[in-house]
Design a protein around this ligand. Sequence first.
Ligand code: SAM
Length: 240
Amino acid sequence: MNQTEQWFSELLSEHGITLSEEQLHQFDTYYRLLVEWNEKMNLTGITEREAVYEKHFYDSISLAFVKDMTSIKRLADIGSGAGFPSIPLKICFPDLHITIVDSLNKRIQFLQHLVTELKLEHVECVHGRAEDIGRLLEHRDSYDLVTARAVARLAALNELCLPFVRKHGVFAAMKGADPADELKEAKRSMFELKAKPLSSHHLKLPFEQSDRHLILIEKTSGTPSKYPRKAGLPLKQPLI
Ligand code: SAM
């Protein structure tokens, strides 16, 4: 085990997540493929091993510190980019059934290759806009947990992500700096999309010590038929 893997496993085990050799190997393969494909396409600005493990892998898994992943069956990750947060969560919690949605086909191709190389089962990678995919019956009002990290401000994100959440399911928005203003701004979108704030959690990355905020939002009933509006509108004209 190298030094990075050492602190990574130790910090996760403090949160009750014990990684096997196979899981550590999966993270190592993920790191290598991310750096290799990043030379051909823009996947991440972070390529140094320590930083990828801290700012992408550990940060993604931190959602499991505040939300019990063993109670989740279906998870959708909207705007997953290079697979964050859903792929690190899937490696740690192999029973999860994951749907990834991203509007950039190159990233979906990377993710499909990654899923094959890591031998992950029950991971579906969907190319498309959340506004369109969230209207399809098999995805609408269906997921126990929906995640989005670094995709848009909360008012727009609510319209992109909440249509995927089942009644009493949860949307987890993973944010950096204090999202108090975003939360205020998101009141109308939450009301329109039939959801209410559940809890908000402040964490810090272990070495860099930068702030992270996890906002959990509960869906209270089915998505009204007018949402999401047509592709592009939630970002251009957020419900504020
Ligand atoms: N979640 C990843 C992370 O934390 O590293 C990626 C963040 S990246 C800044 C935002 C991603 O959202 C991009 O991959 C982009 O293609 C995707 N995206 C933006 N708008 C979208 C939409 N309306 N539907 C689906 N994906 C979208």
